[in-house]
Design a protein around this ligand. Sequence first.
Ligand code: CUA
Length: 195
Amino acid sequence: MTSSKSVDPHGDGPHASETVANSAEHRWAIIVGLIILSLIAMMVFTGVYWSSMPPSRVETVDVKTLHLKGEFVENNLGTSIEKDGRVIVRLIAQQYSFSPQCIVVPAGISVTFRGTSTDAIHGFVVGRTNANTMLIPGFVSTFTTSFPKTGEQLMPCHEYCGTGHEAMWAKVQVIPPDEFFAKAKAAERLSCVPR
Ligand code: CUA
């Protein structure tokens, strides 16, 4: 470090270095201002965009009658093949378990998850796949994905939902499609919960 008092490269007094410092300061003020403005613009854009079409808050469901009527009654939970051929997994999260506790899906075929919660906000992720959503009381979360590999995956709750949160998880069994469709012929709702 050299002192600005002793070194003056242009030899025209202390005012020159002051001018250089001022213009550098001015330049950086503009750059920082632009960065802040672009961050604000990003926040506004994502806020408006996601609140106008949030992925998990499109459909609502009445928590009070969830277990009595509609698609989330107990015997409708699990994996089914709809009339149009789509594979749908319906599930419910509650403190501190998922229903069903073991979900069975075919490998390599697109599978739609439809889930909700009866109490707190829960969520889940399936192993190292991109199957990942929050489950919010009063709303149906839905997404479509497919599992390329067969095998068993763990499905933990990933939203802190109370004292039992760490113990809240389910399993997902990804089975070969022919095995899946054979099982689907025998039962309307599939799961791998041991009976
Ligand atoms: Cu349910 Cu954490």
